[in-house]
Write a protein that binds this ligand. Structure first.
Ligand code: AMP
Ligand code: ZN
Length: 455
């Protein structure tokens, strides 16, 4: 185990776990690709943000000052990641008979609420793609001046053949790539990997979201927003860029191409990707009725933090299969931890340093949360002073963020509430025997009654 305060992170670009060195001492700049806000986020999407939150909290735990940007993609992400098909937001607006703005505002708000429920720290900056059109156009203009672009009948494209190392992140076999047989594929592209920087509004159709540009009325391609906003808020080189593994071959590959072509500098020093959350062993899809939202979990009576706990029991680089049984297991584990911690009392103390350092060793080792949770369980069983134990666990929770100090939430039905109130009344009247009968009755319903001295 890594027992020092060295941080090691797995970097997708080099496919290796590397010692982390920040660009600027004491400061970290993190960019996380945000959601496309045309629908409810599913619990798989949310895994990507719990992962980014652990990364951020790990840095903060190590005393770094973190600037974290998450973007909101509210334009330009087309049905296919290869710049084809309808804009996801425009399609959703048409189906729901609402304006694009209503759709994006609504789902962005749901997304932010989900993050709060999962105890994910708010980013330093929320950057919204449609609020940064000028920055995106300026970046495309710079690429144009440098000779990286060409125009087709439907947009302005990036010529990927101009870069010798294009596709390194995804280890793409460029030479082996050919145009596919799909009818809708854009044959005007010079290379199959070329991607849109700016797309023109389709002729004869009025889009809800379109802007003037030096090339014609249209909208930005999906990738350019992340480069433009990352550079605006974090500078030309950032420390860590995060996203899900699906972003490796296209979105992040293209972010690197266009950013590095413009600046001549490395765009991100570490690329980190979270593996997928699957459901019943497969992909989450609306047609399979396994597309779960956080609200679905809450409606079934789960605390969102039980879901967060479940995610942390796995390493972020391993795919994780979601089942209701595993969520039940996480709920029981978290509830049992909270119960044990509540029994440690309320005395203040200093944490036990060696244990905190052992915890740091786990999380600094490429965010090994499963090992950190194993250590947490070990600590709950150690024969040490309860106040020290509690203070130590409180330190762990600064990173894990699963609410270990929270009281277990119980869904108390109306009839139980009445029994509790009756018992309180009987105790006030000192009718101990009758009150005790209710205590037994409550016990039979699964409620342990603990009386404080005060009445
Ligand atoms: P999107 O809204 O599709 O742009 O996705 C938002 C984030 O969720 C991206 O970082 C994706 O890589 C990530 N993501 C999508 N599906 C999953 C999944 N099943 N498990 C983990 N991350 C996912
Ligand atoms: Zn992005």
């Amino acid at each position: 185990m890594n027992m020092s305060d060295e941080i090691k992170l797995f970097d997708t670009y080099t496919r290796s776990k590397r010692l982390f060195v920040p660009l600027e001492s004491g400061k970290i700049k993190v960019y996380t690709c945000g959601p496309t806000v045309y629908d409810y986020p599913h619990i798989g999407n949310l895994r990507a943000y719990v992962f980014a939150d652990i990364l951020r909290r790990m840095f903060e735990f190590n005393g770094y000052d973190v600037t974290h940007v998450i973007n909101i993609t509210d334009v330009g992400h087309l049905a296919s990641d290869a710049d084809e098909g309808e804009d996801k937001v425009e399609a959703s607006a048409r189906e729901q008979k609402r304006s694009a703005l209503e759709i994006t505002k609504f789902y962005a708000e749901i997304f932010k609420q989900n993050l709060i429920s999962l105890n994910i720290e708010s980013p330093t900056v929320w950057s919204v793609a449609t609020e940064h059109i000028a920055e995106q156009i300026a970046l495309v203009e710079r690429l144009e001046k440098l000779g990286y672009t060409y125009k087709t009948s439907d947009g302005v494209y990036f010529d990927t053949s101009k870069l010798s190392d294009y596709g390194h992140l995804g280890r793409l076999d460029i030479n082996g790539m050919m145009f596919g047989a799909r009818v809708e594929e854009n044959r005007e592209k010079r290379n199959p990997t070329d991607f849109a920087l700016w797309k023109f509004s389709p002729k004869g159709k009025k889009r809800q979201m379109e802007w003037d540009s030096p090339w014609g009325v249209g909208f930005p391609g999906w990738h350019i927003e992340c480069s433009a906003m990352a550079m605006k808020y974090l500078g030309e080189t950032i420390d860590v860029h995060t996203g899900g593994i699906d972003h490796i071959p296209i979105h992040h590959t293209n972010e690197i191409a266009q950013s590095e072509a413009v600046t001549g500098k490395q765009f991100a020093r570490y690329w980190m990707h979270v593996a997928f959350l699957s459901v019943d062993g497969g992909k989450m899809a609306k047609s399979l009725a396994n597309f779960f939202t956080l609200q679905d979990l809450v409606d079934k009576g789960y605390d969102p933090l039980s879901f967060r706990y479940l995610l942390l029991t796995a390493k972020y680089r391993a795919s994780l299969n979601f089942t209701w049984k595993s969520l039940d297991g996480a709920r029981e584990a978290l509830s049992s931890l909270r119960e044990r911690i509540a029994e440690l009392g309320d005395n203040a103390s200093e944490p036990k340093r060696e244990l905190v350092e052992e915890f740091r060793g786990c999380i600094n080792d490429d965010l090994n949360t499963s090992e950190a949770i194993a250590l947490l369980w070990k600590v709950t069983g150690l024969p040490i002073d309860p106040a020290v134990k509690k203070a130590t666990i409180a330190e762990f929770d600064k990173v894990l963020g699963v609410g270990l100090m929270n009281k277990n939430e119980v869904d108390i039905s109306e009839s139980i509430k009445i029994l509790i109130a009756n018992r309180e009344a009987l105790r006030k009247e000192k009718k101990w025997e009758e009150a005790d009968k209710i205590r037994i009755e409550l016990g039979a319903c699964g409620f342990k009654v603990k009386d404080t001295k005060k009445l």
